[in-house]
Design a protein around this ligand. Structure first.
Ligand code: BES
Ligand code: MN
Ligand code: ZN
Length: 499
């Protein structure tokens, strides 16, 4: 999609898009302002089709050479970045039904002087690229289907002076790279586990590191992992013939570093449950159990072309959780690299056991600010459904910062309590801690407390349980189709950018 800037609309675009609020009078006024030759007919049709400007509805007017699509944006008084993204998603929905290569945006109708041009441009780019995504690598091509195939976007500005164009481009480029990082994460989540192995994830990490001189990567194999005494992680990997790969990405910007942080992603490339095997309904989508890792890789993909001033460590303990004669057995006791012993009472609570070592490793790097992101518990889905991630933190300040970014980008996260009442519920009779609680209920909180056991005093830590929103069973919104969501990429990147 190439941007072409103009100050005056001269019918270069085949389709012009205009957002309209749910306001009948304003819509009629707007249509009149265009001086359509058959205005009366159009207004009659407007009434017959009962177009109100509801979110996602559109009303189409064909001119001599051009089509104008009025897109409803609902009742908002002022359009937010999320409204812009959503509206861009509706544009893509329209363009999947109509062959068009050149579209136009009359910016004065989009902004109404109330929002920043770069905010608009960024949100439009995110919405357009994300909505246009589909994972069809394994499908035969439907020759009849209309493809979203926009080549040129005509951007009509009031003037090209005062840096307007530069501002638009800056926002657009950021939005596009945020979308690209998210799309990488979606691709990784959507890829079946037969391909998406720990080794495959490690290759992706290497490719990202190649893209930037600021990024380096270390990949540890089984022997090295054993040397580092990450035996909790190894115990989960031991049931599979696929070798574990421990991935450590490092982004080091030139110049003065503002902070050092770690992003830790759960990277279970397939979760069968292990010997406590899952029923088929529970297992069928478990290729997604590396979505946290995918998010971390998506963020690094954006970092590769950024000027973020924070040192970032990406940490992924990738493995498969499989049942076999060599698999970890319920009741086994294993130690993580800090020497803390874990009773693996339930082999399907494997993510937290791998994270016990990832979190320990992150702290061993001397990092005092850690965010982990993981498809950790079905209980988080019970609590919040599929549109919200469960968010936990031992630092109110860190929580506030990340939750603010998540709101801005439209990735829903909800603060759940690290309730002191439940702190010691993961008690074990034989080890320092047990990977499941004997107490029923509150599973997402119990899992968060388990992770917290491996966080030392003085480390700020946040935990994002994305079991729900990592994967969209139904379209999540107009720019998030069925499949991997790439959830958290945009929130975490913006958080790093604004540290
Ligand atoms: N990967 C699952 C959690 C999950 C479930 C993610 C559904 C996405 C969708 C995790 O490893 C798991 O199996 N958790 C168990 C924990 C239980 C055994 C304490 C669960 O939630 O049932
Ligand atoms: Mn599991
Ligand atoms: Zn799992």
């Amino acid at each position: 999609m190439e941007l072409i800037f103009k100050t005056e609309e001269k019918q270069e675009a085949e389709v012009l898009f205009l957002p309209v609020l749910k306001d009948n009078l304003a819509i009629i006024k707007l249509i009149s302002s265009f001086d359509f030759r058959d205005e009366q007919n159009i207004l009659l049709r407007l009434k017959k089709e009962n177009f109100q400007g509801n979110k996602g509805d559109w009303f189409v007017v064909h001119n001599d050479k051009q089509t104008i699509v009025f897109i409803g944006t609902g009742q908002a008084k002022k359009l937010s970045a999320e409204d812009f993204r959503t509206t861009a998603g509706y544009m893509v929905a329209y363009l999947r039904k109509h062959h068009t290569k050149k579209i136009g945006l009359l910016i004065k109708y989009w902004l109404k002087g109330t929002n920043d041009l770069d905010v608009l441009a960024q949100a439009l780019a995110e919405g357009l690229y994300l909505a246009a995504y589909s994972f069809d690598r394994y499908k035969k091509i439907d020759k009849e289907a209309i493809k979203f195939d926009v080549k040129e976007i005509f951007v009509y500005l009031d003037s090209l002076l005062s840096g307007q164009k530069a501002k638009f481009i800056k926002g657009w480029d950021l939005g596009r790279s945020l979308a690209q990082g998210t799309i990488l994460a979606r691709d990784l989540v959507n890829e079946p586990a037969g391909v998406m192995t720990p080794k495959f994830l490690a290759e992706i990490a290497k490719n990202i590191a190649k893209k930037s001189k600021n990024i380096s990567v270390k990949i540890f194999d089984k022997e090295k992992i054993a040397q580092l005494k990450m035996n909790a992680y190894l115990s989960i990997a031991q049931g599979s013939p696929e070798e574990p790969k421990f991935i450590h990405l490092i982004y080091k910007p030139a110049g003065k570093i503002r902070d050092r942080v770690a992003l830790v992603g759960k990277g279970v490339t397939f979760d069968s449950g292990g010997l406590n095997i899952k029923p088929w309904e529970g297992m069928v989508d478990m290729k997604i159990d590396m979505a946290g890792a995918a998010t971390v890789l998506g963020v690094f993909d954006i970092l590769a072309q950024s000027d973020v001033k924070v040192e970032v460590h990406g940490i992924i303990a990738a493995c498969e959780n499989m049942p076999s004669g060599t698999a970890v057995k319920p009741g086994d006791v294993v130690k993580n690299m800090q020497g803390k012993s874990i009773e693996v009472a339930h082999t399907d609570a494997e993510g937290r056991v791998t994270l016990a070592d990832s979190l320990a490793y992150a702290q061993k790097q001397g990092i005092k600010k850690i965010v982990d992101i993981a498809t950790l518990t079905g209980a988080a889905i019970v609590a919040l459904g599929s549109q919200y991630a469960g968010f936990f933190s031992n630092s109110d300040k860190l929580a506030e910062r990340i939750l603010k970014e998540s709101k801005n980008v439209g990735e829903n996260m909800w603060l759940l309590p690290l309730a002191l009442e439940y702190k010691n519920m993961n008690k074990s009779k034989v080890a320092d801690i047990r990977n499941v609680s004997e107490i029923k209920g509150g599973g997402a909180i119990m899992a968060a407390w388990f992770l917290n056991y491996f966080i030392s005093e003085g480390t700020d830590w946040a935990h994002i349980d994305i079991a729900g929103p990592a994967y969209a069973e139904k379209e999540m919104n107009s720019y998030t189709p069925v499949g991997g969501v790439g959830f958290g990429v945009r929130t975490l990147f913006n958080w790093l950018k604004n540290i």
